[in-house]
Design a protein around this ligand. Structure first.
Ligand code: FAD
Ligand code: FMN
Ligand code: SF4
Length: 640
């Protein structure tokens, strides 16, 4: 009989109620590095949602060499909060594995002034002007002892297992990788030497915890960058780790240079790490844990059934919907709130904040932002104008509070700008959010009126307690002679118009760049003309999404001309000025991707008519899914 997601299994002595784990995501905590209460509630929610195993994010074992980027487990007094976290997850039947990290090394991102430590004098990733300082032997020995102590603290806190953070180009992986480790001592040279630091950490962990407490190692057998580690070396690493007596292998791919091969983006293919995970599974007798865009329930079931993975992990989707395991178990797949791969979570984490999830406004504020219970005596009527993600979120939230909601949408379908955002095949996952939100609206009984435009006349006299203006934005039309020859890029992205063979796109923001990548495989030449020095300057998205999209621009042969001011457009040409020169590109299709202006025209009128009017999402200012969804949710949450 084949394996299933909900098999009861065990890793060593750690008995698990299913094969689903929450992948590690480092969280911030109190000023002393301990977990804070919001973090504890956040993990508890994921345990409540049904994951069999929660792997905490990285906990650094020392701050002697680098500033703390996340929680820390180095001091006896850190045990108390970790214990609260673990106990509260245990109450829901989840087991907890504590991830331990000796450091980030060249990938430390919080101090731009001090050269980080690493295996050798390689360049710092985030701060290219800084060159790393190689660790002395006694520093390595110190960190090894701290890893052991940290494991002991995890045990004291009640952890069921520990995971060593030895992957992804972080400190241990810097020692393991020949491109960053050029040492000539016993920690450099052969693979065995490069793995010595990792193996010493494993031995020290084992020395400090009971013999039957499992040790998992997260490692990266293939780095997916030319000249970096290839899979052959990765297979040898798996053997070395197995010989070191670890209990399971958590198999990853990639590194920061191509970060999207490690941390999934909207452009990633489902199961994008499965090739490496399968290869490791074939050479080891240890259980294999893996993640990498595996949140499609059918795929998740398949990779467990066919034995590719023993344990299926999810990072992003656990932020988007902590109840994925419970919903899949019940067969309620349509109720799963889908991750849209925007990486606002990662971006907020790397900007010093806690995790915000675009589609889940209560992520990391599970108690603080919970909705007040619906009360039969609290009758409220809400009008929502606009059925994009912001308007739908507001309508869903209002129904959850028991309020009556009218949702007016001027088009014949809900979804708003998400249709354009999810237009390209490589970004179709965004459309899942429309399906999800529309389902919830209908299930909860939102009174949806399609083809209904809010106007100066019909918004009057509705006796609403609150009006949400979620009317989104309209494409901006720049004052360029001949602009009427340019079609709107959103019309292309929503399949209302096609593209020819020689295409010019005016504007290299997210929409223009994604459209260019979508068109390029079917066209002779696609050129983006961007007024700023480079494309995507205003996208304000996370580095892994940025790298991924730029990789697509390069692979698909899109031509980018930055610093180009378009001065004239005709039916078959675009003229621009750059560096004092005037150039003309002959073309058969021209798209205007020059940005958006907010649809806030009804705001003053509504405020004259109703006491409580809130403008949300792109109607305030064209921004992102996160701002639209969160503003929609909170506008209703705070209603009295
Ligand atoms: C090409 C493209 C790609 C994008 N990619 C991303 C991405 O990857 N990640 C991300 O976070 N964001 C992305 N965005 C931005 C994101 O789609 C928007 O920020 C988000 O959709 C805004 O949501 P909203 O609900 O405020 O407005 P909208 O989604 O614009 O919805 C507004 C709705 O209001 C309706 N409406 C307007 N006027 C009226 C009226 N008078 N009466 C009734 N209904 C009305 C409209 O028809 C529309 O359905 C992208 C945008 C574009 C254009
Ligand atoms: C916000 C965020 C933080 C992460 N932090 C860690 C971490 O602390 N330790 C770790 O091993 N992996 C970390 N990861 C990587 C994830 O564990 C996982 O390998 C990756 O996101 C791919 O899984 P997914 O496609 O299910 O998101 C992080 C990922 C995200 C999105
Ligand atoms: S912020 Fe975006 S990428 Fe991160 S979990 Fe939420 S939806 Fe997914």
């Amino acid at each position: 009989m084949s394996n299933t997601l909900f098999d009861k299994t065990a890793i060593g002595s750690m008995r698990l109620k299913n094969r689903i784990f929450m992948s590690p995501m480092g969280t911030t905590g109190e000023a002393d590095g301990a977990y804070n209460i919001d973090g504890i509630n956040y993990f508890m929610e994921r345990a409540k949602g049904g994951a069999g195993l929660i792997i905490t994010g990285a906990n650094v074992v020392s701050t002697k060499y680098e500033p703390r980027p996340c929680t820390e487990l180095s001091d006896f007094h850190h045990v108390e909060r970790l214990n609260m976290l673990i106990d509260r997850c245990h109450h829901y039947g989840a087991k907890v594995c504590v991830q331990l990290s000796p450091g980030l090394g060249r990938q430390q991102f919080t101090d731009p002034f001090t050269p980080p430590y690493s295996a050798s004098d390689c360049g710092a990733f985030w701060f290219p002007d800084l060159k790393c300082k190689p660790f002395a032997m006694e520093d390595i020995h110190y960190l090894v002892s701290k890893v052991g102590y940290s494991a002991q603290l995890a045990f004291l806190a009640g952890a069921d297992s520990v995971e060593l953070h030895a992957y992804g180009g972080y400190l241990l992986d810097q020692f393991q990788s020949k491109q960053w480790n050029t040492r000539t001592d016993e920690y450099g040279g052969s693979l065995e030497n490069r793995m010595r630091f990792t193996l010493e950490c494993i031995a020290e962990i084992k020395k400090n915890i009971p013999a039957d407490m499992p040790v998992i190692v997260k490692f990266t057998p293939v780095q997916r960058v030319q000249g970096f580690r290839d899979l052959d070396e990765g297979l040898a690493m798996a053997k070395i780790l197995e010989d070191a007596g670890v209990d399971a292998l958590h198999v990853d791919t990639g590194c920061y240079e191509e970060w999207y091969t490690a941390i999934t983006t909207i452009y990633s293919k489902e199961g994008h790490k499965l090739d490496a995970q399968k290869a490791i599974k074939e050479v080891t007798s240890l259980p294999v844990l893996g993640d990498g865009k595996l949140f499609n329930p059918d795929l998740a079931k398949k990779v467990i059934a066919d034995g590719t993975l023993d344990y299926l992990g999810m990072a992003h989707e656990m932020l988007a919907d902590p109840y994925w395991p419970a919903k899949v178990k019940k067969g309620d797949d349509a109720d799963i709130r889908p991750c849209v791969g925007c990486n606002e979570c990662l971006l907020s984490g790397f900007s010093g904040k806690h995790y915000y999830c675009a589609v889940n406004p209560t992520c990391y504020a599970e108690k603080e932002y919970a909705l007040p219970a619906a009360r039969a005596d609290l009758k409220r009527r809400v009008l929502v104008i606009g059925g994009g993600p912001g308007g739908m979120e507001a309508a869903i939230t209002a129904r959850q509070r028991g309020f009556d909601v009218d949702l007016w949408e001027k088009e014949d379908r809900l979804g708003g700008t998400l249709w354009a955002a999810g237009g390209p095949d490589f970004k179709a996952d965004v459309l899942k959010l429309i399906t999800y939100q529309e389902n919830q609206c209908r299930k909860l009984g939102v009174n949806i009126e399609l083809n209904k435009t809010a106007t100066a006349d019909n918004v009057k006299g509705g006796h609403y307690d609150k009006v949400i203006l979620a009317a989104g934005s309209t494409p901006a039309v720049p004052l360029i002679p001949g602009i009427e020859n340019a079609a709107l890029v959103t019309d292309y992205l929503t399949h209302q118009t096609g593209a020819g063979q020689n295409v010019v796109i005016i504007g290299g923001g997210l929409g223009g760049t994604e459209a260019a990548c979508d068109i390029a495989p079917h066209a002779g030449q696609v050129t983006i003309l961007e007024m700023l020095p480079d494309i995507l300057a205003a996208a304000n998205h996370c580095l892994n999404n940025d790298q991924h999209l730029r990789a697509m621009v390069a692979e698909r042969g899109v031509k980018v001309i930055g610093g180009a001011r378009v001065t004239r457009i005709t039916a078959d040409s675009v003229t621009y000025e750059k560096d004092g020169q005037t150039e003309t590109i002959p073309c058969d299709t021209i798209f205007n991707a020059a940005g958006f202006t907010p649809n806030d025209q009804l705001e003053d009128l509504l405020e004259g008519e109703y006491d409580d009017v809130v403008v949300i999402g792109d109607a305030v200012k064209p921004r992102k899914i996160l701002t639209a969804v969160h503003e929609g949710y909170h506008a209703i949450r705070v209603m009295e």
